[in-house]
Write a protein that binds this ligand. Structure first.
Ligand SMILES: C[S@@+](CC[C@H](N)C(=O)[O-])C[C@H]1O[C@@H](n2cnc3c(N)ncnc32)[C@H](O)[C@@H]1O
Length: 306
């Protein structure tokens, strides 16, 4: 990026900086160059993005221009915007994100919608317990705690750095008193008697062979621990399913986010799992199978004393 220099005419106003950066990022092949430019300039100027629209003619200070130039340079190298600005919106809430966590994706919002439906329609908004396995930035745990006030959430992750980010997000949304964070390989570290009404997980589900084919922005920047699901993409899911079956109360729900290419395989694994009955898979807005569902069978949980 050639330095926008205020000593040469014409002046580098906000409007001109945005136009120049949009063209620059478009030439680099990015999908949303204007949005990226606006988000980065708003971050450098420490203002809401919408405020830029009333300040097109304004000339930013030298320190804002320097900060912006550095952000654009890193964006041009491939760093995702969410990591550059340290934030991403999910389910209309702002979440802190760092390179220790996956950048939350819009399709994952469907998991929250489905969990809310279960809580409202099937659990009658009663007190319930929910686990979010592989919580990452904590989006599922935090949104569920926020929108289901009678729900107690356990958020688990094998990555301590991810749990730290999730903890910050829980505090920011004032739901930290209803979320318990646990460093754990899947459900291994839970107390023996712990059971749940719902277990949600967006686990790593990219097949190792497909990792190389991911866009650079994802492959070189997002944590492989959050993406790589082993040979067929279902290694983590395969281990999780029996553990979840053993931890669900009778009639409890398991919701698994999957990749469209391994949804059928996950459905088969769920259908064969002891103690679970598969339920209808939910498609995302692009009509791809996205949430594989199962319910714990009462038979797997004989009443105490039997
Ligand atoms: C695809 S990310 C999902 C993050 C977040 N739930 C979301 O939807 O944006 C998967 C998460 O699972 C965690 N993870 C991977 N293997 C795990 C394991 N064996 N036990 C617990 N967590 C694991 C990763 O650290 C990562 O945070």
């Amino acid at each position: 990026m050639s330095a926008p220099d205020s000593t040469t005419a014409p002046t580098w106003t906000i409007g001109r900086l945005l136009t120049w950066t949009t063209d620059f990022l478009r030439d680099k092949g990015y999908d949303s160059p204007r949005l990226d430019a606006e988000v980065l300039l708003a971050s450098a100027r420490d203002c809401p993005r919408i405020e830029l629209y009333t300040a097109f003619a304004e000339e930013p200070t030298a320190s804002v221009r320097t900060a912006f130039r550095e952000l654009v340079r890193r964006r041009a190298e491939g760093t995702p915007v969410a990591y550059l600005v340290g934030q991403r919106e999910f389910f209309s809430l702002p979440f802190v994100v760092t390179p220790a966590v996956l950048i939350p994706r819009p399709e994952t919002e469907l998991m929250v919608v489905r969990a809310l439906d279960i809580w409202k329609d099937l659990l009658d908004e009663s007190a319930c317990s929910l686990a979010d396995v592989g919580t990452g930035s904590g989006v599922l745990a935090v949104c569920c705690a926020k929108h289901m006030p009678t729900c107690h959430v356990t958020a688990l992750d094998i990555s301590p750095a991810a749990l730290e980010v999730a903890g910050q997000n829980a505090v920011a949304q004032a739901v930290h008193d209803r979320i318990e964070f646990l460093e754990s390989d899947l459900l291994a570290e839970l107390p023996a008697a712990k059971q749940f009404d719902m277990i949600l997980s967006n686990p790593p589900y990219v097949a190792t062979s497909e990792m190389l084919g991911l866009p650079t922005e994802i492959r070189d920047y997002e944590p492989h621990l959050a993406l790589d699901g082993g040979e067929q993409g279902v290694e983590v899911i395969q281990r999780l399913i029996p553990q979840a079956a053993a931890r669900l109360r009778p009639g409890g729900w398991l919701l698994l986010e999957v990749g469209p290419s391994n949804a059928a395989l996950v459905e088969q694994i769920v259908a064969r799992a002891a103690g679970l009955e598969r339920r209808q898979t939910i498609n995302d807005l692009a009509e791809h199978p996205r949430i594989v569902q199962a319910q714990a069978t009462p038979a797997a949980h004989p009443p105490a004393g039997d």
